[in-house]
Design a protein around this ligand. Structure first.
Ligand code: KIV
Length: 245
């Protein structure tokens, strides 16, 4: 790849279509949809049925980008290969697996079946107890490095590094043979990923420090809906141009 990998989440047909047409390399159907689309507290609250539903919508909207979809955490306990196959049959190009106790068995089974797997280490929201920067001391930095190496050895083609210090991400990017895609991991990764709703300002929640908000869509939408309300109340809408005569 001659430029940094650009990855962005999308969870439905229209946003996937916009992201694809804007030229992102990878559209991620992230399980962050639990928080930003469904108003749930944790990504562990979404299962295969929900991921599959959103993956199908995203795949309908994407023509050029690679589509990667998060495997829900419950899938690690069940028949993960069967679940990965369902996501690929829905049109996704690869699945993403977050580091967790038995994840390597799933990565091995899925990769052996010829399905591309992206790994995810550092802050892993599906199982995290605390949402804070990971790998700040030597022991936890080594643990994250070892997890990434194990995911690479087991067959992952790329890996997300979430919320780790820039120096650790830089070292991991140097040592790993597979590309690193950072979120809150500084500028030295091979690519970057953001949650769509965070970068578009479509959230009420406080966004983490690593998010760059490019536009305030919540304000733009609230203003448009307010104008519609005023027009309906005042009788300005519908006008003659919106009316069949
Ligand atoms: O679910 C998600 O959006 C993710 C990104 C934060 C990488 O996993």
């Amino acid at each position: 790849m001659d430029h940094k990998i650009v990855m962005l989440t999308a969870y439905d047909y229209p946003t996937a279509r916009i992201a694809d047409r804007a030229g992102v390399d990878i559209v991620l159907v992230g399980d962050s949809l639990a928080n930003v689309v469904l108003g749930l507290d944790a990504t562990s609250q979404v299962g295969m049925d929900v991921m599959l539903h959103h993956a199908k919508a995203v795949c309908r909207g994407v023509e050029s980008a690679m589509v990667v979809v998060d495997m829900p955490v419950d899938a690690m306990q069940g028949d993960s290969l069967k679940d990965a196959r369902k996501l690929i049959e829905a049109g996704c190009d690869a699945v993403k697996i977050e580091w967790s106790a038995h994840c390597l068995e799933a990565v091995k089974a899925i990769c052996s079946a010829g399905i591309a797997v992206m790994g995810h280490v550092g802050l892993t929201p599906q199982t995290a107890q605390e949402f804070k920067v990971q790998g700040r001391d030597a022991a936890s930095a080594k643990l994250i490095m070892d997890q990434a190496l194990a995911m690479q050895e087991t067959g992952c083609f790329a890996i997300v590094l979430e919320c780790v210090p820039e120096m650790l991400a830089q070292e991991m990017t140097r040592i790993l043979k597979i590309p690193t895609i950072g979120i809150g991991a500084g500028k030295f990764c091979d690519g970057q990923v953001l949650v769509l709703h965070d970068m578009l300002g479509l959230n009420d929640r406080k966004v983490p420090k690593f998010v760059k908000q490019y536009v305030d869509l919540s304000a733009a939408m609230a203003s448009a809906i307010g104008s519609y309300k005023e027009d309906v109340i005042s009788g300005k809408f519908p006008g003659p141009e919106h009316t069949f005569h």
